[in-house]
Design a protein around this ligand. Sequence first.
Ligand SMILES: [Zn+2]
Length: 503
Amino acid sequence: MIQRVCSGSLDGIDGFEVVVEVDAGRGLPSFQLVGLPSTAVRESRERVLSALRNCALAWPKGRVVVNLAPADVEKKGPSVDLAIAVGVCGVNERAEPGARGEAVLLGELSLDGALRPVRGLLAIVTAAAAAGRGLFVVPRGQAWEAALVPDVTVLAADSLADVVRWRAGRGDLERVAPRLPLPADREPPAALLAFLARAPARARRLAVLAAAGRHDLLLVGPPGSGKTQLSRVVGSLQPALGRAEALEVARIHGAAGLPSAQGLDLRRPFRAPHHTATRAGLLGGGASLRPGEITLAHRGILFLDELSEFSPGVLDALREPLEEGRVAVARGAGTRFWPADFQLLAATNPCRCGWHGSRRRECRCTERLRAAHRGRLSGPLLDRIDLFAELEEPEGPLHGAVPDDPRRLWERALAEAAAAHALLAGRSRARPASLVEARGLMEAPAAALLEAAGASLGLTVRSLVRCAGVARTLAALGGRTRANRDDVVEALSWRREQLAALD
Ligand SMILES: [Zn+2]
């Protein structure tokens, strides 16, 4: 009797359902696997043979054919091992498996028949649940991950033998209850508190503003001026993820094979790729079809230190995701879009040697070298950044009393960012879509001021719209819904035209 067993596999960051069909018939003993299996799945054969033998389960006589449907999508990875093995065992059974036959079986087999975790389990279960499946059997160590998906029944299993017995109605598997989300850690590291205590008021204001509105930010300053710490402060001031957002992030990170925190993590991602990152590493895709850093930073922060050291081609490719909140990934003949709604926090030295404008050391770059350094950051990329700031090196360790208790500073900043975020009504970004929408966010005199300033500074429409978004966040920080003239003046003060280092 042909056995049909439901399973699933991963395609990029998305799961899809796979139906394993097993037939056994007359002929010389053989095992054939058809339906576009990848190399990893073709190796299933050896694992399945070994697992069956070690669990003392009988291999069917004659020719065994296993078909993986749909046949036009390549099945990657060993997530279908368990379903293949159970199907092979099932062809010996006379009885129909009943309701248990509808279960989706997921797991890699080790040679002794134990179940191993599957990369992208959450993505696979999410896709199968969306297609109407409700019952899942998964490896025990990972069962909590599958149980994050709403309205599904998840059973945990340890070995192939357990699953075969259960499916034939000769045993039970443990049902897994959903775990509570992990508490979002709101405790800043001591180093960040120390930085906050020493940072000038304007730097603290910047951190709160960037966190409240999720504004893209470029920090310019010599080594040791706290660019990285300020970015970390912005990250730790961000409000926690909502449940649905956290699930989406967990699904993406699981598909990339990142280690998980053993529960739903409500903290926003903070990704800091090195400047040698390749285009595929940053944007995703490539032969492995893995998500890039910008997709791993979805709903969180992408921190690019030494921005001017990144390849100009890679930086150019960031423009569209910055605007659209998603990235186009080439896939065979077509294109797919992956989420990439990240907040860009970038840092750069003011010049090649790093010390231009510093009080501590002298810059040794020629004017030409300085110009070349600035030229590495293209206008169109900078046009898409909301906030620009120069950081100065602190004047050395503070002597005597600390002016403010760092923890109080911290708590005040956190409360301000949270209140503003609530006023912005949980929009993922504070940026308006057009100039018309931007005008609607401001009091009339404020809008007039912004347009006049835009004309005299030669701002692009894109810059004006971004400026209006910043003004709105500033209004929210002041507890107002519409930006006034003061907000616009402050928003303009964070423009790159105000930065001497980028002149
Ligand atoms: Zn220099």
